[in-house]
Design a protein around this ligand. Sequence first.
Ligand SMILES: C[S@@+](CC[C@H](N)C(=O)[O-])C[C@H]1O[C@@H](n2cnc3c(N)ncnc32)[C@H](O)[C@@H]1O
Length: 449
Amino acid sequence: MCFIFLISLELPRMKKNLGRTGRKRKKKDKQTHVGTGVNLSYRLEYVQLRKWLKLRGFTSCHLLPASFPDTGRGLMTTKELQAGDLIISLPESCLLTTSTVLKSYMGDYIKRWKPPVSPLLALCVFLIAELHFGTQSDWKPYIDSLPKTFDCAAYLPANITDLLPEPLRGKAKNQRVVVEELYLSSRKFFHSLQPLFTEKIDDIFTLDALRWAWSSVNTRTVYMKNTQSKFLSRDVDVYALAPYLDLLNHSSTTQVTAVFNLNTRCYEIKAESRWQRYEQVFICYGPHDSQRLLLEYGFVLKRNPHSVVYVTEDVLQSCMTNKDNLVTQKFCYLKENNFLENLTFGCDGPSWRLMTALKLLCLGPDDYSTWKQVLLGGPVSVENERMSFRLAQSVCNYLLHANNKSLQKIDLMRLHNRGDLKEQLDLIQHLREEELHLLKYSAEMLTTQ
Ligand SMILES: C[S@@+](CC[C@H](N)C(=O)[O-])C[C@H]1O[C@@H](n2cnc3c(N)ncnc32)[C@H](O)[C@@H]1O
C-alpha cells in the first residue's frame, strides 16, 4: 500500500490572504509535495519553541518540523539548499552544555559535591529539574519538544532484549545496567539538591526520570568539546543539547559539516550536497551499522550500507566440529591479536577479518609456525582455503537459523501481546530481516566459490 502525504504549508505567521498568484503557488506547492512530510510547525509546542529560540537569537526560518512516513518527526527545508549553504546556525545562547548547568541555580550544588559529578550526570540532573519545574522552567519550550520515551536499549524490556542478536544483546543489557548503576551511585548527590525543591527528591529524581534524561543526552546531543571544568569529573565533556537542531534525523548517505564556529559563536551545519525544497534534511550521526543505531538511538535504517552481521566467539566455538588439540590456544591467539572482534558478514559476504580468523582456526596441528603469517594475510594451502570456506558456510547457516528462530519468536510474541510492544518488536524484526538478507547473500556467495 502506498500512503501519499501532502504537506499543508500553513506557517504560523503566513498572511491569510495570499492573492491569486499566492493561491496558485500554494496549490502547486501542495501538488509537488507528494511523498514528503506533514508540516507540524503550526502546533503550539513548535510555535513556542521558535519564539523562545528567537528571543535567544535564532533567526533561520527555512527549516520546519514535519512528520515523515519513514522516519517520524524531522526537519523539512522550505527552500532549496546547495552544497556550502548553511542548513542551520544555532547561537551559543540556545545550547545546553555543562557550562549552562554550572552557571544555573544548580551550579553551586554541583561545585560543592565531592567527588565531582560527571558532565553527563550534570546535564541529566538539569534536564530532570527543568522537567519538574514545568511552566516555571526557563527551558520549558525545549523540554516540551523532547520525546517522552525512547527506543534505545536502556528502554528495552528484558524479553525484547533477549530477541536481539549478539553482541548487541550483551551491550543492550549493559546499557540498562549502566543507567541503573548511575542512579544508585548518584542518590546521595540527588539528595544534596533537596533545598532547590519543595517536593521530596526521591519523587523527582527517580530511575525512570534518569533513564529519560540519560537517553535524551545520549540520543540528541551534538559533539562539542567544552572546556574541562575543575568542578566536574575528568570524563570527556563533549555534549551539547541543541534545541531544534536536534530534530534532524540521520541518513547514512548524507554529508554535512557540523562545527561550533568560534567567530559567529554559533553551532553551524553546512550542506555538502543539494536538498530540494520540501525535502527532509538529514545529517549523518556517523557510519553506524544497524546494531549500533538500535543500541544508541533506537532505530534501524532500511538499506543501511554499513550493516553487518557479527560473528562472536561463542558462534565460532559452536560451529567448530573438527576441534583439534590446539583449539583453545588458537582462540587465545586470536584474542591476543584482537582478532575475535569485528568478524562480520556484510553486503559483500564474509569480511577479510572473518575469513582470516577462520583460516587460522582451520590450520593443521603442524602449521603452528604459520599462525602469525596467516593473520598478516599470508598464503594458505588449498586444503586450508577449502576448510575455511566450509567453516564460513557453517557459521553462516548457524546465524541464518538463529535469525529465523528469533523471527518466529517475534511472531509468537505479537500473537500473545496486546500491541503494547509493537514498536519494539517491529524494530527487532527489521534488524533480524536485514541480517537474514545479508546472510542469505553470503550463503549464496559461499556456495559459488
Ligand atoms: C536527534 S533525534 C532526531 C529527531 C527525532 N526524530 C525527534 O523527533 O525528536 C534522534 C532520534 O531520532 C530518531 N531517528 C533519527 N534518524 C532516524 C531515521 N533515519 N529513521 C528513524 N528514526 C530516526 C531516533 O529515534 C533517534 O534516537
